[in-house]
Design a protein. Structure first.
Length: 346
């Protein structure tokens, strides 16, 4: 296996990214990773080869350097406190364009320029990994599968392998939009957050494993109590598999055309969604399922459940039945222990 590429200097990468990510029009169709299936024009090939080295491409995906590039475009720090609908719509559009352009540049870059096993390099910035480290520190009683989870994080490069395999098998499609809501209004998929939030902490663009994965198939965000996804149907399928594996109650509806103005996508009803899913072969669906299960096992949702089990274990850290017997003996004698009584009570 090829070792993951080292993380570049944030300042240098950020400057390169700023130069490369100027307001250039995208020459590839918007919304899906199938852009990579279209041949590059000479201008695109020269642009990728001359301007973008591995450090510059990495800078587009790293949260620290993206704060000077992609996050400057989306004004995400102001987004969290914003409640103005027009402002939120503009910021969501800017985020989607930045997400799409970043993925287009990655796939249009020559093979020798693309970062190797990018997901492994970005691991430390993912909220899922940070939550895993927290759970690991709290697990004094050995309640979580530390070895299995650690092995999965060490082998995270398999995510890039599966994504590459899915890209080879997925049919080209016009990007379509869906709206995903969960029963408690939270953001289990950890989409990048835009505008007012209801029940969750803000998530930066490329600040989660799921946002990285879905970024290869389209664009996404989360506002108040619902997530938005625009892209290939494999992203829709991934989201469904992810929620189902974690037993999260969810619903998916077509994203109305006016939700993201000035961004090209189709608002498809259920029959059209069925046809899109029928266009995927069985092998592709199996690979998407494998990808969803990996991400579900590493998810913040799963880590939170492990931490909840630790909380219950701390509450039940002594033999309650024995303590009740001691208490009953004392009560039968009409006595309560004084300061010199060594009888254990609690």
């Amino acid at each position: 296996m090829t070792e993951p590429t080292a993380k570049p200097n944030a300042q240098a990468g950020s400057q390169s990214a700023i130069e490369a990510n100027g307001n250039k029009p995208s020459n590839a169709p918007q919304g899906t990773v199938s852009d990579a299936q279209y041949p590059m024009t000479d201008a695109q090939e020269d642009d990728s080869a001359v301007v973008f080295d591995k450090a510059a491409l990495l800078a587009l995906f790293t949260v620290d350097s993206a704060a000077d590039t992609v996050h400057t475009v989306t004004s995400q720090a102001q987004t969290y406190a914003s409640t103005d609908k027009d402002s939120i719509a503009a910021q969501r559009l800017a985020l989607y364009r930045a997400q799409h352009e970043r993925t287009r540049l990655l796939y249009m870059a020559p093979a020798n320029t693309r970062p190797t096993y990018l997901v492994q390099t970005l691991k430390s910035q993912f909220v899922e990994y940070q939550q895993y480290l927290l759970a690991q520190q709290l697990d004094k009683r050995g309640l979580m599968d530390t070895d299995g989870l650690e092995r999965l994080w060490q082998q995270l490069h398999v995510v890039d392998d599966i994504i590459a395999d899915i890209v080879r098998h997925m049919p080209a499609q016009q990007p379509a939009g869906w709206q995903l809501t969960t029963q408690d209004g939270r953001n289990p998929l950890c989409f990048a957050t835009i505008g007012k939030l209801k029940n969750t902490k803000p998530i930066f663009d490329q600040g989660s494993l799921n946002s990285y994965v879905l970024g290869h198939f389209g664009v996404s965000s989360f506002t108040y109590d619902r997530g938005y996804y625009i892209g290939h149907v494999v992203g829709y399928l991934f989201s469904c598999y992810f929620c189902a594996h974690l037993s999260i109650s969810y619903s998916v509806t077509a994203l109305a055309p006016e939700v993201v103005a000035d961004y090209d996508y189709a608002s498809l009803e259920t029959p059209h969604m069925v046809r899109l899913l029928q266009g995927l072969d069985g092998y592709c669906k199996k690979r998407i399922y494998q990808l969803a299960v990996i991400c579900a096992r590493l998810s913040v949702f799963a880590s939170d459940k492990r931490i909840e089990r630790m909380l219950i274990a701390e509450v039940n850290d002594f033999d309650k039945k024995l303590q009740q017997q001691h208490l009953d003996v004392l009560l039968l004698q009409g006595l309560m222990p004084d300061s010199n009584d060594s009888t254990p009570l609690f």
